[in-house]
Design a protein around this ligand. Structure first.
Ligand code: NCD
Length: 312
């Protein structure tokens, strides 16, 4: 059986191109499985997975949980508001206690950048990063890249734009790593205040002109303005942001070609994207959600089969 080059999924940065191919190949198999009348396989019947969510989540949490259940793993869920973390327990202590209950794998979402990496140094269990602060969100980037691969085939030379709040987005960084690894060209578009300094060192280009970017790209990933991560005001008003950086039908109609539209969700309709565009045929937002389950099944299956347990 082919193996991943890593034993945790902490970020796309730590993966090799072959890992992405293996994850995609495995996800294609699982996508077929979850479209069957009987969607469940016994592959991870002997493993126990804890979903530890220290931050709100709808799609990612449900998608991981479904993926785990479709693989027949035992699943326990933890969210910070109902835990002893509010009594002052540290992350490492919380996780060590959970692992002492014989948990094989931990899926961690945490508001602090680097939390998954930090945890992997202290606990001897397989860790999957489900989003750490403004750092990485590897499973999202894998499902985005997989959805593009389904649409275009080989991504080498494809032009992909990422528009919106790049500064506070873990989706942006993981997408940049994944898309570059697959040979795509990446252009970022955002107000200057929402772009990290030195981001061009990752091999991406920048534009402040949304129409120029839309005319350039084959696909655009529209990101939400992450208001919950902002202590300051990064642009004059939401209305002004939408006028300069929002995707609407008038802009789409001015293009010389049809482009593919992605969004990781949750959507702020009327801010970064209008309803007309989000619900249009060019948007693959719900395909991304479907692919998310298959991709997460692939990640869990491949990592699960590398730990010292029986996988059928
Ligand atoms: C993203 C996240 O949480 O980083 N959402 C997600 O996982 N589907 C993006 C966002 O919150 O805007």
């Amino acid at each position: 059986m082919k193996r991943l080059s890593v034993s945790n999924l902490l970020g796309i940065k730590y993966l090799q191109p072959e890992d992405l191919h293996l994850i995609f190949e495995t996800a294609t198999h699982f996508k077929e499985v979850i479209n069957r009348p009987i969607k469940k396989v016994p592959s991870l019947r002997d493993i126990t997975i804890a979903n530890l969510f220290f931050e709100d989540s709808t799609r990612t949490k449900l998608s991981f949980e479904l993926a785990e259940k479709r693989l027949s793993a035992d699943v326990i869920n933890f969210s910070v508001s109902q835990s002893s973390v509010s009594k002052g327990e540290t992350l490492v202590d919380t996780v060590k206690n959970i692992i002492a209950m014989k948990v094989d794998m931990v899926v961690l979402r945490h508001p602090n950048s680097g939390a998954a990496h930090f945890l992997s140094k202290y606990v001897d269990s397989c860790i999957i990063n489900a989003g750490d602060g403004t750092h990485e969100h590897p499973s999202q980037a894998l499902l985005d890249a997989y959805s593009l691969y389904e649409k275009f085939g080989d991504l080498s030379g494809k032009r992909i734009a990422i528009v919106g709040d790049i500064l506070h987005s873990r989706v942006a960084l993981s997408n940049i790593y994944a898309l570059k690894m697959m040979g795509a060209e990446v252009k970022l578009c955002a107000p200057k205040s929402l772009l990290p300094k030195l981001i061009e060192s990752l091999g991406v280009t920048i534009s402040f002109d949304l129409m120029e970017v839309l005319n350039w790209c084959d696909a655009v990933n529209m990101l939400r303005v992450q208001n919950e991560r902002m202590e300051l005001s990064y642009f004059p008003s939401t209305r002004e942001y939408s006028q300069k950086f929002g995707l609407n039908i008038e802009r789409m109609n001015q293009l010389r070609k049809k482009i593919v539209i992605l969004h990781p969700g949750p959507i702020n309709r009327g801010v970064e994207i209008t309803s007309e565009v989000a619900d249009s045929e060019q948007a693959i937002i719900l395909d991304q959600v479907e692919n998310g389950v298959a991709i997460r099944m692939a990640i869990i299956y491949l990592l699960g089969s590398q730990i010292n347990i029986k996988v059928t």
